[in-house]
Every structure is written in structure tokens, then in C-alpha cells.
Design a protein around this ligand. Structure first.
Ligand code: DHB
Ligand code: FE
Length: 288
């Protein structure tokens, strides 16, 4: 049986990928941010999964305003690194897990979530920056990521976006799907994006540390309550792009305690302002 062993939550600020690729991680601006992920990189080496189910949003890179799936499951054998305007980042192609993805599609769609299935998809900073933060970038050419990845895109770019409650329920369906797969696989689920940030309009640059930290507290201890927060509160308190945080509720909904199991162990918590225009939050929760 496949099992979800842990969940990881992290922001996915594109400038973090640029800082890594240009060797700027020890510059005074970036050093405190990367220091917050040192524990995480070691934890990943000690707890390398077979597969990461990686919840993220595409930023009008693979999809466009011509076609906007609310929830899109990556079913392909591999996912190329997208060119976001400056050429693709020098990273290995992401290897998928088509068998597990097909099983999740069958199970989750039969649990009444209407997923879009993607048999070809390029992945942008929403997915690659979390990989870079959690793993040392593999040497190029020739390197490979240490696990397979099932990309799962959520529309948080074009309104209307899914509610926190729907995302939380979807996470529970994903857990049931993974646990009914008949191969022994160690699966992690990651939720990415956030924390508070607004890239546009009169409030561009908005950061709300108090709200972000209360979100982290509740994500750990009261996820079902947090899932009831309406999207207007995210937009008002965390900025127009702060709505990315609903994706963290998919990962949290897949944890064992939500289905009556034991509470997870908090292995790591980190919060830092600023990185680019964004508050960076990060958690690692292990199932018991
Ligand atoms: C920024 C943050 C994001 O999450 C994103 O997708 C794009 C830009 C930023 O801080 O600039
Ligand atoms: Fe983003």
C-alpha cells in the first residue's frame, strides 16, 4: 500500500530560483532565507520519498487565459522545465509517476472531484522553486531529482478560484486515493505558494506578518477551522496573490489526523520577510 508519510509547505517566489541559479545565496539579502531551508535539505536526504505529489499553481506559463483548469493532474512520464522568459532554468526534467497518477485520477474523479488530466505539461517556478529549496539542485547536465513528482495545478490566478474548504476536502480524497494504490510507495504531499503578497494595484508589496503567522498556527493545529476562511479574507488580509495559500489546505487535508489518525509532528517551521515581494513561510509535518 502507498502511504503519505509527510507534508511540506513552502512559498515559491521566482526570484529565489534566480538567486540560486546566479550563485547569490550567500549575499546578505538572501542568506537568511536560504538558512531557513538548511534543515529541510538534510531532512529530505534522511526522508527521501519515492514520489512527491506537488500541489502548485501554473502562472499563465503552461496554461493561459484561453484554458483555465481549476484542478489539473500531471499524468505524464516527464514534465519539461518551462521557459518563463529568460530560457528554462538549468534543472533536470521532472520525472512523473504515470501509474500512481492514473490511479489517483480514477479514485479522485470517482470521489466526485472533476480533475483535468494533463498528459503533457511544462512546469514553472511554482513547482521548480520548491524543488530547488528542498533539494540541492542536481548537477547539470546529467543530474536527476531524487524522487518522482506528480504535479497538481490549482487555479489561483483567474477568478473564480476554489475555496479553502474544497481544497481541504480534495486533500482528503487524495489521501484515500494514495492509500488504495497497491504498490509500496513512500509519498509526500507538498503545498506551495503564498504567503502574503500582492504584485499589483494600489496595495502592491503588501505583507501581513501577523496574519501569515496565525495561518501557520492554524494550519498545524486547526486545519478544519482554517478551511472555513472565505477567499475574500485571503485577498483582504494576505493580498491578491496571498490566495495561493488555499493550496496548502490540499496538502494538509491529506494528513492522517484529518481522517481520525494521530496528530502529525511539526519537524520544522520557518518564516522570513522579504523575498522579492513576498513573505516566505515553510513547514514540515510528519505523519505518525
Ligand atoms: C512573486 C511571488 C510569486 O508567488 C509569484 O508567483 C510571482 C512573483 C514575487 O514576489 O515577485
Ligand atoms: Fe506564485
Amino acid at each position: 500500500m502507498a502511504r503519505i508519510t509527510a507534508s511540506v509547505y513552502t512559498s515559491h517566489v521566482p526570484a529565489i530560483g534566480v538567486a540560486l541559479d546566479q550563485g547569490k545565496t550567500q549575499e546578505p539579502y538572501w542568506q537568511p532565507l536560504f538558512a531557513g531551508y538548511e534543515y529541510s535539505k538534510q531532512w529530505m536526504k534522511d526522508n527521501t520519498p519515492d514520489v512527491v505529489f506537488l500541489v502548485y499553481n501554473d502562472h499563465a506559463t503552461n496554461f493561459s487565459l484561453e484554458l483555465i483548469p481549476t484542478f489539473a493532474l500531471g499524468c505524464a512520464a516527464e514534465f519539461p522545465i518551462a521557459d518563463e522568459g529568460w530560457g528554462p532554468r538549468p534543472l533536470p526534467t521532472v520525472q512523473g509517476h504515470p501509474e500512481l497518477a492514473a490511479h489517483i485520477a480514477q479514485s479522485v474523479i470517482q470521489q466526485d472531484f472533476d480533475l483535468t488530466l494533463c498528459n503533457a505539461m511544462k512546469v514553472d517556478h511554482g513547482l521548480t522553486v520548491p524543488l530547488s529549496l528542498m533539494c540541492d539542485n542536481p548537477p547539470m547536465p546529467g543530474g536527476a531529482w531524487p524522487f518522482k513528482v506528480i504535479p497538481f495545478h490549482v487555479n489561483v490566478v483567474q477568478y473564480p478560484v476554489p475555496s479553502g474548504a474544497r481544497c481541504f476536502a480534495l486533500g482528503q480524497a487524495i489521501r484515500r486515493a494514495v492509500e488504495s494504490f497497491d504498490q509500496d510507495l513512500n509519498v509526500q504531499i507538498w503545498g506551495t505558494g503564498g504567503m502574503s503578497h500582492q504584485l499589483q494595484g494600489a496595495r502592491a508589496g503588501l505583507i501581513n506578518k501577523a496574519w501569515d503567522n496565525a495561518f501557520l498556527d492554524r494550519l498545524i493545529a486547526d486545519p478544519a477551522g482554517l478551511a472555513q476562511v472565505p477567499h475574500i479574507e485571503y485577498v483582504r488580509e494576505a493580498g491578491s496573490e496571498g490566495i495561493e495559500l488555499v493550496m496548502w489546505l490540499i496538502a494538509r487535508g491529506a494528513m492522517a489526523d484529518v481522517a481520525g489518525g494521530p496528530a502529525p509532528t511539526l519537524k520544522h517551521r520557518f518564516f522570513h520577510v522579504p523575498a522579492s515581494n513576498t513573505a516566505v513561510g515553510h513547514l514540515i509535518l510528519e505523519n505518525n
